[in-house]
Structures are given as structure tokens and as C-alpha cells.
Design a protein around this ligand. Structure first.
Ligand code: DAH
Length: 340
């Protein structure tokens, strides 16, 4: 029996040395020291030994067991380290490899202009407010002194919704909403989307406006012109602008501001429809009827208002010939605004 134990020991130690991986080594452990392992079997067979032999054999088996355990542990350490080294070299990262650059988007030209407009007006003391895009007839038309038979209400122009609602065709209703809530003085701009059933080189069914409103005692047409000339100076530098008398139901007198056509520089082309000018905003002195609708006293206060087309500003600012380019999302077009 003693020889048997020595044999098992020699085989176990040899198997330890031969094991090539942590996993193989674990198999060795099970084969010799596991519940049904060779050494365990010998221990179980000790019942048949004589009482004198038993302690001697017990001691020997335990010594062998410890020796095999030590060999397993030593070999285990070597194998684990080798495996770690192998993994580390296989999984190395080359830190000098240039990274893959994420493609960066660009700010849309309409948003560029919106941000610029807000900056100009905020610097002049205006507050930025917003209003709903789904409006009622009252705010979009009636309160702005647009009579029921006015052509602006035509089904051709306005998107009507069920339940007496419509998509606002202008940002002007926000003027009314602000004045209803707030006593004068008022000095606000309202940027936002507006909708009209229109589509050609200079019109899209959805576009952006920035509405402006200033109400206080003694506000004059001179203030209106001064404010808009300052706007034009900041945005267009010395590009020519002109004011032209016009009509809006909610202002009296009314005017429109034109900018010299960016495409033809004033000689006349498809974009300016031959006139040499592009209309960029409507404006005027707030009509007394509008003040009465919101409970302001037209004998006490006066005011001016304007509504400018953001896409028109983008077109005239960047020389964009067709408004639809702004909404086709052609990357070749959009990328030109990188870093502006
Ligand atoms: N709402 C007008 C439009 O969409 C633009 C406009 C003109 C707004 C004169 C105003 C204004 O506030 O005073 O054509």
C-alpha cells in the first residue's frame, strides 16, 4: 500500500508539471484530490489496515496530499501568470493610432440667423417671449383688426384645423397675448414658426418669423426706424435697405423694409422677381383698434411693431437663392455653414 501511495504521488507531481493551462491543472486536482480522486480512494481503503499500520499510513497519505497541493499551487501560479501575459499582449491597445473623428453637425442657417437676431434685440433691451403655433381665429386675425372678409383669411393662405383652430399664419398674435397679460411698457420679440399654404423659390409652407413690439408713452415712427436701421447695420453692414409704405390691418402707418437683392445686387433677377429688392420685414405703428382690443388706452400710449421673415434674412445674409434649399437637408448645402 505504501508503494501505491508513492506511485500516486509521483504521477500526481508529474501531471502537475505537464498541465499546460489553469484548466488542465484543475483536472489534475480533481483526478487525485477530488471526492473520487486516487488519493481519496486510498484514504477510504484504510479501514482494512491493522490498527498499527493505520496511523503510519494516515501520516504518509496526508504528507503526500500536502505535497501534491503545494505542487498544484506552485504550478497554478506559473500558469495563471503565463495566461495573463498572453492575454495582455493579445489585447494591447495601440494608443498612438489616430482616433476616428465623429462627424460633427453644423448649426442650421435659420438657427444661426435666429440666434443673431435675438442677440441684436436683447442688446437693445428686448425680452424674448414665445406663443402657441396652434392659434384661434381671434388671436391670429380678429384681435389684430383683420376683418372677416380680409384676403389673409383666405383658405388659400391659412391652414385651418378642426374645432375653430388654425396654424398661426404670423407671429403677430403673440403681440395680443403679451398685451392682454401685461401693462405697458412692453418691449418684446417673439421668434417662432408660422404656416402658410405657399410654396415656391421664396416661400415654404412653414417658415420662421420674429415679431417685435414696443409700447410706451411717446413711442414714435422715428423709434421704429432707428431700431430697424440698427438691426440692418448689424446684420448687413452697408448693404442698401429701403423703407416702402405698405398696408397691414394692425398698423397705421405701415411700411415694409427691403434689402438690395443678394443675387443680382439690384439689377433684377429671378429671386427678386426683377425688382432688385427683397422684402425682409413688415412694420408700422400699432393701430389704435389693436390697443382697444387688449384694453390699452390709445390716447395714453403709442407703439411700433414689426414682423420679419427669418428665412429671408438668412437668404439675404448668406446669398441663398432658393428658400427650399433651407429645408432639403442636403449636406453639401448645410456643411457650408460650418463654423459660422
Ligand atoms: N404679420 C405680418 C406678416 O406676416 C408682418 C408684420 C407686419 C408684423 C407689420 C407686424 C407689423 O408686427 O407691424 O406679413
Amino acid at each position: 500500500m505504501k508503494e501505491q501511495v508513492i506511485q500516486v504521488r509521483d504521477r500526481a507531481l508529474a501531471a502537475c508539471q505537464e498541465a499546460d493551462s489553469v484548466r488542465e491543472l484543475e483536472d489534475v486536482r480533481v483526478r487525485f484530490l477530488g471526492k473520487k480522486g486516487e488519493l481519496t480512494q486510498i484514504l477510504r481503503g484504510m479501514g482494512q489496515l491493522s490498527p498499527e499500520e493505520r496511523p503510519v499510513m494516515g501520516k504518509l497519505v496526508n504528507e503526500v496530499r500536502e505535497e501534491v497541493e503545494r505542487a498544484l499551487a506552485e504550478r497554478g501560479e506559473i500558469l495563471a501568470e503565463a495566461e495573463l501575459t498572453r492575454r495582455l499582449s493579445a489585447e494591447t491597445l495601440d494608443l498612438t493610432l489616430p482616433g476616428r473623428r465623429p462627424q460633427r453637425g453644423t448649426v442650421h442657417p435659420v438657427n444661426l440667423i435666429l440666434a443673431e437676431l435675438e442677440r441684436v434685440f436683447v442688446s437693445m433691451g428686448f425680452e424674448v417671449v414665445e406663443g402657441p403655433e396652434v392659434e384661434t381665429d381671434y388671436y391670429n386675425f380678429e384681435a389684430l383688426n383683420v376683418p372677416p372678409d380680409h384676403p389673409a383669411r383666405d383658405m388659400q393662405d391659412t391652414f385651418y384645423l378642426d374645432g375653430g383652430f388654425l396654424l398661426r399664419s404670423q407671429t403677430s398674435p403673440v403681440q395680443v397675448r403679451v398685451m392682454e397679460k401685461q401693462a405697458p411698457p412692453v418691449r418684446i420679440i417673439c421668434p417662432g414658426k408660422v404656416y402658410r399654404r405657399d410654396s415656391d423659390a421664396t416661400h415654404t409652407p412653414m417658415f420662421h418669423q420674429v415679431e417685435g413690439l414696443v409700447v410706451d408713452k411717446g413711442v414714435t415712427l422715428g423709434d421704429l426706424k432707428g431700431t430697424l436701421m440698427e438691426l440692418s447695420r448689424v446684420l448687413y453692414g452697408d448693404r442698401k435697405v429701403r423703407f416702402r409704405p405698405s398696408f397691414f390691418p394692425f398698423t397705421e402707418p405701415s411700411a415694409e423694409m427691403d434689402v438690395a437683392c443678394v443675387v443680382c445686387e439690384g439689377t433684377g433677377c429671378r429671386v427678386c422677381k426683377g425688382s432688385g429688392w427683397l422684402e425682409v420685414l413688415g412694420c408700422g405703428m400699432v393701430h389704435p383698434k389693436v390697443f382697444e382690443m387688449v384694453g390699452y388706452d390709445p390716447d395714453e400710449v403709442t407703439g411700433f411693431a414689426f414682423g420679419l421673415g427669418v428665412e429671408r434674412f438668412a437668404m439675404t445674409r448668406y446669398g441663398i437663392e432658393d428658400i427650399r434649399w433651407l429645408y432639403e437637408n442636403d449636406l453639401r448645402f448645410l456643411r457650408q455653414f460650418h463654423g459660422r
